[in-house]
Design a binder for this molecule. Structure first.
Ligand code: MRU
Length: 359
């Protein structure tokens, strides 16, 4: 589906005033270019897999489910470019493309999950000429399932947001971070549709400012009141403004409930725990990694320039040592629950995760 032809409609039932984040049109992957937001809503078109890989690396497209879908569509481009080759040649080309996509960003498991899922679909096809269409079908299925999962997360999570409440979130786990509707934002959009009045406190989320540039943009576009704060104000605002609930997204959730998410999420979880504020994570099952152990997941470290410059101006002395981890992990003891498309998983999380995954 071409995101540009789909303004604000992600399903038959529900509208929010944002196009889909990722889609495919006329042989090109079409993505909202999130580097341009909030100044302008522009689309980036990619005709080859390298362009998609660069879009993920440079965060033109970002957010765990969105990069999973983008990578799946990237493989569709690779499969179509390899058309005419033998089955082995097409699969070889796909495997090269998969390696390139996997090398882009290490932490969000959705990327690896989507790439593996598409490769499995391709390998099931015997006829070389039918691989490209099977790959595109699988990429479309991943995108559609993401929208459905997010709508279900909204249904399960909306009752957590009471009338008059204040909800805090970090980064952007919104429609822009998914194919459509978002994860942390899904309960917000669903509660808003029911006429509930609440306010969202969005952390700006240094250094890439996804909270300021993206979450504040998409929530205000949807008519949800949003207050933007600097990251360091979180504890004070929780206590003094009376935050009722924190909802964040996740890049990867382990079998024991450990949550990898945007840097600063752990801070929020500890603060919420100390102040007795419920702390929920919203994520589809495609964000779970039941194989990895805590400590095995690579946390992406991004370039120092993200920290030493702001809007193109230098804000730190030349040569200063910088450490810029993009994610952190939050141990399960800080979580009140995980909102998934299969319902809200409650502590003890290792048990409820095992149950949700059927054993
Ligand atoms: O570096 P980003 O912008 O890709 O990080 C995004 C996040 O940390 C989100 O919270 C996470 O991917 C969940 S998106 C539904």
């Amino acid at each position: 589906m071409d995101p540009r032809g789909n303004p604000g409609r992600g399903s038959d039932r529900i509208d929010i005033p944002l196009p889909r984040t990722v889609g495919m049109s006329e042989g090109k992957v079409v993505m909202i270019d999130q580097r341009k937001l909030p100044a302008s809503l522009e689309f980036l078109e990619c005709a080859d897999v390298e362009c998609v890989a660069r879009a993920i690396e440079t965060m033109a497209v970002r957010g765990a489910p969105a990069i999973g879908a983008a990578a799946a569509y990237g493989l569709a481009l690779a499969a179509s470019a390899a058309g005419g080759g033998s089955r082995e040649e097409v699969l070889e080309e796909l495997s090269r493309a998969a390696d390139r996509l996997r090398s882009t960003r290490p932490t969000a498991v959705n990327l690896f999950w989507a790439v593996d899922r598409v490769l499995r679909a391709a390998r099931r096809v015997e006829d070389a000429g039918a691989i490209a269409s099977a790959v595109l079908r699988e990429a479309n299925a991943i995108a559609e399932e993401d929208v459905r999962a997010n709508l279900a997360i909204g249904e399960h999570g909306k009752s957590l947001i009471g009338d008059g409440s204040v909800v805090m979130t970090i980064c952007n786990a919104g429609s822009l971070a998914t194919v459509w509707y978002g994860t942390a934002t899904a309960p917000m959009y669903s509660a808003h549709r029911e006429g509930r009045k609440f306010r969202v406190v969005a952390l700006e989320t240094r250094p890439v400012l996804q909270g300021a540039r993206l979450t504040a943009f998409e929530l205000s576009r949807a008519g949800i009141p949003v207050t933007l704060i600097v990251d360091g104000a979180a504890g004070h605002v929780m206590r003094e403004l009376g935050v009722d609930l924190v909802i964040t997204g996740a890049d990867r959730i382990l079998s024991d409930g450990t949550v990898y998410n945007k840097i600063g999420t752990f801070n929020l979880a500890v603060l919420a725990h100390e102040l007795g504020i419920p702390f929920f994570v919203a994520a589809p099952t495609s964000s779970f990694d039941l194989e990895a152990e805590p400590g095995e997941v690579e946390i992406e470290v991004r370039p120092p320039e993200e920290v030493t410059t702001l809007g193109g101006s230098k804000i730190a002395p030349r040569g200063v040592d910088v450490y810029n981890p993009a994610f952190d992990f939050t141990p399960p003891k800080y979580l009140s629950g995980i909102i998934t498309e299969r319902g809200i998983l409650r502590p003890p999380l290792s048990l409820s995760i095992r149950r949700a995954f059927g054993g």
